[in-house]
Design a protein around this ligand. Structure first.
Ligand SMILES: [Zn+2]
Length: 185
C-alpha cells in the first residue's frame, strides 16, 4: 500500500474508537494493551515499544479533541481552545518516518508520540481544509460516529449500513404500529 494510512477518514475512525458516547460508551481503547493491535489492524504496520498509561491517556485526549473539533465543525461552532491546544501539542513531534523497502512496500517507523503526531497532523489538515464542510455526525439517534460525506448530493446520513438499516427498521415498525386499527372502543 503506497498511500498514507493517515487520511482524513483515519482521523475520524480514530476519534470513533469511543462509540455510543452518550449511552453505552463502547471503548476500543480500554487499556494500553488495546492500542497497538487497533493501529495494526487499521493499517499502521509499525513495531512499537510496550505502551503504558501515559500513552493511553494521550490517545484518549487526542481522540476526544478530534471528536469535539469535528462536532464543532458539524454545528458551525468555533473550536474550543483546549481541543486546539491538544491537537497542536500532539502534532509537535516529528511524525512517523516512511521508508520504501526493496519489495516496493512503504513502511512506517517511529515511536508512539510520532504516531499520534501523524494523526494530529492529518486532523489539522482536515479541520483547516475544504473537507471540513463534509464532516457529518451519524443520524442514528445514539450513534456518535463522525464521517466524511463524499456523496455527490451531500446527503449521506449514516456512518454505515448498520445504522441506516436500524433507523429504517424502526421507522417501518412505527408505521405498522400506527396503521393498526384502534381496539380501544
Ligand atoms: Zn452510526
Amino acid at each position: 500500500m503506497g498511500h498514507s494510512v493517515f487520511s482524513e477518514e483515519f482521523c475520524l475512525d480514530f476519534a470513533s474508537t469511543l462509540e455510543w458516547r452518550h449511552t453505552r460508551r463502547v471503548d476500543a481503547f480500554r487499556s494500553a494493551a488495546d492500542l497497538a493491535p487497533w493501529f495494526y489492524s487499521n493499517g499502521v504496520r509499525l513495531q512499537l515499544e510496550p505502551l503504558g498509561e501515559a500513552a493511553l491517556a494521550n490517545a484518549h485526549e487526542l481522540r476526544d479533541a478530534i471528536h469535539h473539533l469535528g462536532l464543532n465543525s458539524v454545528h458551525g461552532k468555533h473550536f474550543d481552545v483546549d481541543d486546539v491546544a491538544t491537537v497542536n501539542r500532539c502534532a509537535l513531534p516529528a511524525p512517523l518516518a516512511i521508508t520504501l523497502d526493496s519489495g516496493g512496500t512503504m513502511r512506517y517507523s517511529g515511536d508512539f508520540p510520532a504516531l499520534l503526531s501523524s494523526i494530529a497532523r492529518a486532523a489539522i489538515e482536515l479541520l483547516a481544509g475544504p473537507h471540513r464542510e463534509l464532516i457529518r455526525q451519524c443520524a442514528e439517534p445514539e450513534c456518535t460516529r463522525l464521517f466524511l460525506d463524499h456523496s455527490r448530493a451531500g446527503a449521506r446520513r449514516w456512518c454505515g449500513t448498520a445504522c441506516g438499516n436500524k433507523v429504517k427498521a424502526a421507522a417501518y415498525r412505527e408505521r405498522k404500529r400506527s396503521k393498526k386499527p384502534s381496539r380501544a372502543n
